[in-house]
Design a protein around this ligand. Structure first.
Ligand SMILES: CC(C)(COP(=O)(O)OP(=O)(O)OC[C@H]1O[C@@H](n2cnc3c(N)ncnc32)[C@H](O)[C@@H]1OP(=O)(O)O)[C@@H](O)C(=O)NCCC(=O)NCCS
Length: 186
């Protein structure tokens, strides 16, 4: 089992487990259909839907098996305000492969918080968990997310043409990746 020491701290953020008291703040960005435009997920229909999403996030604090994830609330250290979340999933334990993701409240985009939080998750993946490779996968139209992965120093490895049928249309998927040795050499 891979267990982080939480919370993680960055210059401006604390990355901590989700709590029941995050419900209203999580609903504030997760229930916005625009946030899911390029994701497989759908916006919850109501507060109960977000409550179920929050319950799953609260459990995601360690990696035990393939597919498990550590999903943390990103809060501003200065104010305690929840600005979004960040995730590290254990894609392939036998190959020491991880995957990162992130979602920010629209009011808190454009400040580098996703990049800052994802950098801490890469440090967790490579420095603490000794993963070999971490990927970021996204809809090719999600240019804001691609810019985050490029700022992280990840390499654009693949552009898969119409490999998925998502939300009623064929979508291209782009894959970025970083190896442990890229992380150490950055
Ligand atoms: C993807 C997403 C998290 C990107 O948000 P973001 O605010 O653009 O990303 P960051 O927090 O890293 O901020 C970077 C932006 O802030 C600017 N910025 C300001 N201060 C900064 C700082 N100190 N450090 C880095 N960037 C800074 C950057 O120039 C950049 O703007 P640009 O992309 O216009 O050049 C956001 O669009 C989102 O939540 N989308 C919906 C969910 C989603 O699609 N997730 C990805 C799934 S693959």
């Amino acid at each position: 089992m891979l267990t982080p020491d939480l919370p993680l701290k960055t210059e401006r953020l604390e990355l901590r487990p989700f709590r029941p008291s995050d419900l209203a703040d999580l609903h504030g960005y997760f229930a916005d259909p625009a946030a899911h435009r390029y994701l497989y997920s759908e916006a919850p229909a109501d507060l109960d839907g977000t409550r179920a999403v929050l319950a799953r996030r609260q459990e995601r604090t360690a990696l035990r098996d393939k597919g498990d994830a550590i999903q943390l609330a990103a809060v501003l250290r200065r104010t305690g305000q929840l600005v979004g979340d960040v995730v590290l999933a254990w894609a392939e334990p036998e190959h020491r492969q991880g995957e990162i993701g992130y979602l920010l409240h629209p009011d808190h985009r454009g400040h580098g918080y996703a990049t800052e939080a994802a950098t801490a998750m890469l440090a967790l993946a490579f420095d603490r968990f000794d993963l070999h490779r971490v990927v970021g996968r996204l809809d090719a139209r999600n240019t804001a997310s691609a810019r985050v992965l490029e700022r992280l120093g990840m390499r654009r490895e693949a552009h898969l043409r119409e490999n998925e049928f998502v939300k009623g249309e064929w979508a291209d998927e782009v894959i970025y990746a970083m190896l442990a040795r890229d992380w150490r050499a950055r």
